[in-house]
Design a protein. Structure first.
Length: 92
């Protein structure tokens, strides 16, 4: 028996990825993303965006976390000294 065809999505991966990125990066609502994509000639419903975020959001999040530099527990504080009218700020 032949394998069934893999499920294909209506939109390319790049468009789905961009919609999911907009949702998570800028905390936009689905209808705002729908309008933004419509301005670029991509007609998609907010329900499709919602489904895409639920289905692909975790995958894209894992990919982004792999690319992100690892943060340690060590941090550094730089001091800034400012002169105001020839006098160091904070000096007595």
């Amino acid at each position: 028996m032949p394998d069934p065809k893999p499920y294909r999505h209506r939109f390319p991966r790049s468009i789905i990825q961009h919609a999911v990125w907009l949702y998570h990066r800028f905390a936009l609502i689905y209808r705002d993303i729908e309008e933004l994509l419509l301005q670029h000639g991509i007609q998609v419903s907010y329900e499709t965006i919602r489904n895409g975020c639920g289905k692909f959001g975790p995958t894209f999040t894992r990919e982004l976390q792999k690319r992100e530099p690892q943060r340690g527990s060590c941090w550094h504080l730089d001091e800034v000294c400012v002169k105001i009218k020839g006098v160091m700020a904070g000096s007595r």
